[in-house]
Each structure stands twice: as structure tokens, then as C-alpha cells.
Design a protein around this ligand. Structure first.
Ligand code: NDP
Ligand code: 8X3
Length: 254
């Protein structure tokens, strides 16, 4: 039966690549983000393949999250797959030097935003006793690295919430799992370094980083397993990356 996926952070990187791959594979889409123009362009690109609905909201805005999800048109109300992907790092500083605005952003977006969206979507899945939630964590949620502090903490929280969700939703037959990537070349580092594209490019050079489509491929694999198979927790790194901070390059410019 045809499925509908709700993807947060579909305006860029992993979320956008996943939306494109899902469209190639006949999965209808609800694509979300703050940048309406990008959502409109993506909808124009994909609408000949599948049904696409755009939702523009900031995951930090609790009221708007619920307002938008509750007002979904009837064709899009049955959400089979939730990809909790929206998130970013903001800054890379020693904890004693960190910006509290950056800390608020990471906790509010990566942790509380994921909770709000999940809270709005879980009741429908519980009612249908079916659904699949994929949380995009990070290797930063498995290992702390120097200056990663609050970003790592936010992704450790995603790791905990992924496990907690799987336990709490277990009796309802809902699949829950996390994909935890290492270095993926997206707009992630541009956001982290506040638009410093040169510094951002240095994170992914010289090494062959993962690309957004590599993660999209894995997400698609995960959602296309038979329903009795749940991939609960998966770490994926570039071959050049052995751990959060053992990376085969001359000098990682973090
Ligand atoms: P991008 O910066 O390319 O994409 C981030 C996405 O999140 C954008 O679509 C952005 O949309 C959305 N987003 C950010 N803040 C908000 C917000 N407040 N409200 C709604 N949407 C928001 O980065 P990636 O694709 O790399 O990141 C996707 C996920 O993957 C994140 O959770 C990140 O932590 C995780 N990850 C990334 C890794 C990497 O190396 N790139 C590695 C491991 C995990 P918009 O700005 O339009 O709102
Ligand atoms: C993104 C991976 O190592 O840049 O979550 O934090 S890392």
C-alpha cells in the first residue's frame, strides 16, 4: 500500500535527499522546514512523481507545530513514516567560551523540536497501531568530541529519546530506530560556522565525506524492510572516519 512520509528539515542536506529518493520510490511526502521558497521548489520538482504537501514551521514553535500538523489535508493525515531530521550544530567552542544563544538553539531545535513533532504525530500511529519513526542522531550522540559539548549533549538526548520511544511505543507495534551519521557534507558546517563557507569546506577536506544521498539510501533501506524487521540503531561513518575525532586527514579544521 502507498505510504506517506513526514520529513522535517527537507529544505537541505539529508532531509532533501531523502525526500527525493522517497519520491523516486513512490512514497508520498509531507516536507517541512522554515524556508518556504525551498519547499516550494522541491514540491515543484517532485509533484509529478508523488503527492507532496509542504509545511512551513520552526520546530521550536510548539503551537505552530501542532497547528500545522492538525490542519493537514485529509489525504495527508495518515503518516506512515516520520523522519525526525531537522537539526543543526550552532558554534564549535570550548564550553567555557560557548554562546548561550547557540546552546538554546541546539537544545530547542535538536531535542525539544523532535519531541514536539513526535508528540503531534504519535497519536495517529498509535490509533492505527502502525508506523515507523526514524530519528536522525549522530556519531556526536555516541561520543563526545572536543568543543562538541552542547551539540553532543543534544544528540546524546536524541539517542536516549530514540531508545525511550521504541520502548514506550512497543506495545503499539510501531517501529522506532535511529541513524547516526559521522561526517556528511551538507549545509551543516556552514550553519555551525555561521556562514563561513571556507571553514565549513575544511571539515570535509581532504577526505571523502559521506554525502546526503548516502544517508538517504540507508533511510530508504530501513523503511523498506519487512514490517517485522526494525533497524533500531545504526552508526554510519565515512571510511576515512574511525570515530568522532579519529579522522584520516592531515588536519581537521574544526
Ligand atoms: P543541513 O543544514 O543541510 O539541513 C538541516 C535541516 O534542518 C534544514 O532543512 C533546516 O531547514 C532544518 N532545520 C534547522 N533548524 C530548524 C528549525 N528551527 N525548524 C525547522 N527546521 C529546521 O544539515 P544536515 O542535512 O546535515 O542535517 C540534518 C540532520 O542530520 C541534523 O539533525 C544533523 O544534526 C544530523 N547530522 C548531520 C551530520 C553531518 O555531518 N552533516 C552528521 C550527523 C548527523 P530550514 O533551515 O529551512 O528550517
Ligand atoms: C554531525 C557530525 O562530527 O560534525 O553530527 O558532529 S559531527
Amino acid at each position: 500500500m502507498k505510504k506517506t512520509a513526514f520529513i522535517t528539515g527537507a529544505t537541505s542536506g539529508i532531509g532533501m535527499a531523502t525526500a527525493k529518493l522517497f519520491a523516486e520510490n513512490n512514497i508520498d511526502l509531507i516536507i517541512c522546514g522554515r524556508r518556504q521558497d525551498r519547499l516550494d521548489n522541491l514540491k515543484d520538482e517532485l509533484a509529478s512523481k508523488v503527492s507532496v504537501h509542504t509545511l512551513t514551521f520552526d520546530v521550536r514553535n510548539r503551537e505552530m507545530v501542532f497547528e500545522k500538523i492538525e490542519a493537514l489535508p485529509s489525504d495527508f493525515q495518515k503518516i506512515d513514516i516520520l523522519i525526525n531530521n531537522a537539526g543543526n550544530a550552532h558554534g564549535l567552542d570550548l564550553m567555557q567560551d560557548g554562546s548561550m544563544d547557540d546552546w538554546d538553539a541546539m537544545i530547542d531545535i535538536n531535542v525539544k523540536g523532535l519531541l514536539y513533532v513526535s508528540k503531534a504525530i504519535m497519536p495517529g500511529m498509535i490509533k492505527r497501531q502502525s508506523g515507523h519513526i526514524i530519528n536522525i542522531g549522530s556519531i556526536a550522540g555516541k561520543e563526545v568530541y572536543p568543543k562538541g559539548n552542547v551539540y553532543c549533549a543534544s544528540k546524546f538526548a536524541v539517542d536516549a529519546l530514540n531508545n525511550a520511544m521504541r520502548i514506550d511505543l512497543n506495545e503499539h507495534g510501531i517501529r522506532v530506530g535511529a541513524i547516526n551519521p559521522g561526517l556528511v557534507e551538507t549545509e551543516f558546517s556552514e550553519v555551525r560556522f555561521k556562514g563561513d563557507t571556507k571553514r565549513a569546506a575544511g571539515v570535509y577536506s581532504p577526505l571523502e565525506a559521506l554525502q546526503a544521498h548516502d544517508i538517504a539510501d540507508i533511510i530508504h533501506f530501513v523503511v523498506t524492510r519487512p514490517y517485522h524487521v526494525n533497524i533500531a540503531d545504526l552508526v554510519v561513518v565515512p571510511t576515512a572516519q574511525a570515530s568522532a575525532y579519529v579522522i584520516n586527514k592531515n588536519n581537521r579544521l574544526l
